[in-house]
Structure formats: structure tokens, C-alpha cells
Design a protein around this ligand. Structure first.
Ligand code: HEC
Ligand code: HEC
Length: 452
């Protein structure tokens, strides 16, 4: 993983001298401004220490920063080479910063060229979606299924259940920018960021979704999907209203309003690329790789974990991903919080426990349901009941999530069931109902004890 991360970072430098200190990407802001911002960036500070402060122009100084950082992660030898390239490209400050020897020249040429950070793999932001997937920047060669070097693979630790369809995901954001992670629970993605998610069933590609931040406004995001052609040669922009039964399967492409319904209740709009979701050791980008490569404004290589024993944290993580995009503090007008936060340090602070265990449903009612989570009794728990049903003629508007799925997730249902069972102890879970809020904490203690 570390190797991948370095490859990314160095890749940017080698080709482009691009891993600059910060600022906006892709010409959204003029170079001079970019330089200024870079300079004030946290990484640039490191850079200064790297000893290229001499570089002169603000833009050179800014870029120097990144190189300094690279030096510390990547090693002097690699950077020397990079220095040469960067100098030739006239991009420099960063080149300069990298190799002690080259510094002066690099800085000077950068200043002369007036160049800010440039990412040659950049994609210009646009609010007009491309007509074909092959034009969105994901592929270097779509026929060979060759993913472009700019697109980085990632996996969320807690995936959304999508009726058993296989999914793969990638992200691109300019090597000249970082994700603002000051608030670890609500990352702010740089303008130009693109994320793709591919859906495949039985070896057949069905759709690839794209989220693209095209502007600095809080809602300057496009959500579109590309439907794969039957011959699998490319995928075409899908109807905004969605597509039923893609390529003869039972898989549906959601309409644009559904994308928004799930993705636009949190300011970040992005749901699987965040602090909790990337705190793992799976393949692809992780908190560690991004932190080490200098791609986050607040690096956190150790990541974040959901408090509680293995069973509790897995169940809470599941609810975080599958439910938390709507059930959070700003999402919908229901007090239940199923979104996990990095600031939850004790099980009793976890929303999926504090706001559910022994708490009666605000609006929902069904025979036999006594609480959102009834310790020890999944069947009396609204959370479990609603996730283990799908709407049909007799159960209207019961299913959760309300959209994006037609099949119950057998593993998810079993996981949450086990978790609720574990809270009840051996017997008489139902009796605990009266205990209310505190009973919640007690229940968790029980589950942790069991795990240990
Ligand atoms: C039922 C809720 C839901 C709907 C509807 C939905 N998404 Fe998502 N989407 C998620 C969740 C949750 C994740 C993160 C977990 C995962 O990928 O497994 C995600 C992930 C993604 C990703 C990867 C980046 C990220 O946010 O992690 C893309 C791209 C994406 N969705 C695009 C779309 C588009 C475009 C639509 C509409 C065509 C759409 N989604 C509809 C819930 C939804
Ligand atoms: C796309 C948004 C969305 C997602 C995702 C979602 N919900 Fe909901 N949920 C709602 C809305 C809206 C309501 C209120 C209307 C209703 O009860 O149907 C609600 C209500 C509920 C209630 C009743 C709360 C109360 O106090 O009355 C429960 C329980 C619930 N959801 C469970 C879940 C679970 C469990 C998941 C994940 C497996 C989930 N929801 C995912 C939108 C969502």
C-alpha cells in the first residue's frame, strides 16, 4: 500500500512536477493566486523547512513545499531525478526543493515561467457531463479496460449493499490539491474531484456512476450514470430519470433525484471516501496511504475506528454506510443517528447505540415493535425490522433503505441481528426496555464483554 501511495505521489512529480503544495486545481484560479495559496498551505510550511525558501516568487515557494514533503517520504535519490525533470519543465519550485543541488535553478525557472502547480493529468472541471464513459477520464484505454493513472482505486471499509452486485471505485483529484480534512467527519473535496463506481453482475458491466465536483459552491456536484452497451465497448450517459433492468438483469440505474436523495444530505456529498470508510488495510487508497502521500490537509495515518467490540463495531459500521447518509444530524427530520462519527470515542457516544437502544420510534409503528433497538430482541427492533423487509403489496413503505435496493442483504441482516441479540444477555432482554437511555450503555457493555 505504501508503495502504491508513493507511486502516486512520485508519479505526479516525475511526469509533471505536479505534487505542489496546494491551491486550487485545473486552472480554476490563476497561477499567481495558486502560488499564494500554496504558500500558506500547511505543507508549504514543511517545505520551507526543506530549505527552498530561497525560491523567490510566491508560486515557487508554494510548490517548494510539496517537494520538501516528498523528500521526507520518498528519499533523496528519487527526488534528484525529479528535480531535473521539473527544472526542464520550468515548473520548479518543487524541483528545487526536492534536490538540494537543483533548488536554485528550479526555483528560478519557476519564477521566470510564472508557473504555479500544473498537473498534466488534470481534467478540467465541467458542469456538462460527457456523453460517454470513455470521455470522463477514468480509462486510459477503455477497450483494454486500462484505468488511467490519474484514477486511484479505493474501497470503503463498510460498503453499501447493492443487491449483491459487484462494485469497484476510483477517485481522481489534482496532484496540486488536497482534500480538506480539518473536519474528519465532513471532508471538503477540491474542485475538479471525480469519483467513479462501477457495477458488474455475472461478469457483465452494467453501469458506471460518476460524481464530479465542478465548482466551489457547496452543491456544485454532478451525479450521473453511464449505462454500458451490450457489446461492452463503452457506456453512454443514462437517462436522468434512471433505467430499469439494465441489459436484461434486475439491476436498475437510479434516477438523478435518487442520487441526490442519498448523496446530498451531507455537505461532502461523497459517502464511501472518508475518514471512517478508509480506515482499513484493504487494497487501494487508505487513511495511511493518503496521509503519507500528503493528500489530506490533516493527515491521520492511524485512521479512526468505531468504538466497541468486533461485533458491535461491524454492525455500527454497516449502519453507518447503509443508513447514515440519511440518518444523521442534518439528514432527515428523525432524531435517530445511524452515522458513525470520528468523535465517538465510547460506545455510549455512538449514535447507532445512544439514539436507538431502548428508544421508541418517533414515527414508525408496527405490531410488536417496541423500540428502535430493543436489546436482545431483533424482532421488536424497528431498525432490524425495516432493514429485513422490502416493500411489497402488504408492506408498503417499510423497507430501509427506502431506495436503491430490492433484495434484503442476508449478511447485513444477520450481523445486526447478532448485535441486537448480544445486547440482551442470556435471558429477558425484553425486560430491559424500561431502563431507557442507560440500558443502552449497559447493553453495549454486555456485547463488549462477550467479544472479549
Ligand atoms: C441508496 C442510497 C444511494 C443511492 C440511491 C445512490 N448512491 Fe451512490 N453511494 C451510496 C453510498 C452509501 C456510497 C458509499 C458506499 C459504497 O460505495 O459502497 C455510494 C458511493 C458512490 C460513489 C463512489 C464515491 C462515494 O461517494 O463513495 C459514486 C461515484 C456514487 N455513489 C454515485 C452515485 C450516483 C451517480 C447515483 C445516482 C445515479 C448514486 N450514487 C445513487 C449511496 C447511494
Ligand atoms: C435515502 C434515505 C434513507 C436511508 C438510506 C435510510 N433511511 Fe431510514 N428513514 C428515512 C426516512 C425519510 C424516514 C422517515 C419516514 C419513514 O419512517 O419511512 C426513515 C425512518 C426510519 C426509521 C423510523 C424512525 C423513527 O423514529 O420513526 C427507521 C427505524 C429507519 N428509518 C431505519 C433505517 C435503517 C436501518 C436504514 C439502513 C439499513 C435506513 N433507515 C436507511 C430515510 C432513509
Amino acid at each position: 500500500m505504501i508503495v502504491r501511495a508513493r507511486a502516486w505521489f512520485l508519479g505526479g512529480l516525475l511526469v509533471s512536477a505536479a505534487a505542489c503544495g496546494g491551491g486550487e486545481d485545473e486552472g480554476v484560479t490563476p497561477p499567481a493566486q495558486t502560488g499564494g495559496r500554496s504558500g500558506s498551505n500547511g505543507v508549504a510550511g514543511t517545505a520551507g523547512a526543506g530549505g527552498t525558501g530561497a525560491a523567490g516568487s510566491p508560486s515557487a515557494a508554494g510548490t517548494a513545499g510539496a517537494a520538501g514533503t516528498a523528500g521526507s517520504t520518498a528519499g533523496a535519490a528519487g527526488l534528484a531525478g525529479i528535480g531535473g525533470l521539473a527544472g526542464a519543465a520550468g515548473l520548479a519550485g518543487m524541483a528545487g526543493a526536492g534536490g538540494a543541488g537543483a533548488a536554485g535553478t528550479g526555483g528560478a525557472s519557476a519564477g521566470a515561467a510564472g508557473a504555479g502547480c500544473v498537473d498534466p493529468l488534470a481534467l478540467a472541471p465541467t458542469d456538462t457531463p460527457a456523453a460517454k464513459l470513455s470521455e470522463t477520464g477514468l480509462y486510459a484505454d477503455i477497450a483494454k479496460r486500462e484505468i488511467h493513472a490519474r484514477a486511484r482505486y479505493f474501497q470503503p471499509r463498510y460498503p453499501l449493499w447493492s443487491d449483491g452486485v459487484e462494485k469497484q471505485r476510483w477517485i481522481y483529484y489534482s496532484a496540486c490539491s488536497k482534500i480538506d480534512t480539518q473536519d474528519q467527519d465532513h471532508w471538503s473535496f477540491p474542485v475538479g474531484t471525480r469519483l467513479w463506481k462501477e457495477f458488474k453482475k455475472g461478469g457483465k458491466l452494467l453501469e458506471t456512476r460518476l460524481i464530479h465536483r465542478y465548482g466551489a459552491g457547496p452543491d456544485d456536484f454532478t451525479f450521473v450514470s453511464y449505462q454500458w452497451r451490450a457489446d461492452q465497448s463503452d457506456a453512454d450517459l443514462a437517462e436522468h430519470s434512471g433505467v430499469q433492468n439494465v441489459l436484461g438483469t434486475d439491476h436498475d440505474i437510479p434516477g438523478g433525484a435518487q442520487c441526490q436523495n442519498c448523496h446530498s444530505k451531507l455537505p461532502e456529498h461523497v459517502l464511501g471516501f472518508g475518514a471512517i470508510q478508509l480506515s482499513h488495510q484493504l487494497a487501494g487508497e487508505t487513511m495511511k496511504s493518503l496521509s503519507e502521500a500528503g493528500r489530506l490537509t490533516v493527515p491521520s495515518p492511524g485512521g479512526f475506528s468505531i468504538p466497541g467490540g468486533a461485533l458491535a463495531s461491524a454492525a455500527v459500521g454497516y449502519l453507518h454506510s447503509n443508513c447514515g447518509n440519511c440518518h444523521n444530524d442534518t439528514g432527515i427530520g428523525v432524531a435517530m443517528r445511524l452515522r458513525a462519527l470520528t468523535t465517538d470515542k465510547q460506545p455510549s457516544e455512538v449514535g447507532a447505540i445512544a439514539t436507538t437502544v431502548g428508544v421508541p420510534a418517533e414515527m414508525f409503528s408496527a405490531p410488536g415493535i417496541t423500540a428502535l433497538v430493543q436489546p436482545g430482541v431483533p424482532d421488536a427492533s424497528a431498525v432490524w425490522f425495516r432493514m429485513s423487509h422490502r416493500n411489497d403489496a402488504t408492506l408498503q413503505s417499510v423497507q430501509m433503505p427506502p431506495i436503491g435496493t430490492e433484495i434484503v442483504d442476508p449478511q447485513g441482516v444477520a450481523l445486526v441481528r447478532d448485535w441486537i441479540l448480544s445486547m440482551g444477555g442470556a435471558a429477558g432482554g425484553g425486560g430491559a426496555a424500561g431502563a431507557g437511555g442507560t440500558s443502552g450503555a449497559g447493553g453495549v457493555g454486555g456485547s463488549a464483554g462477550k467479544g472479549g
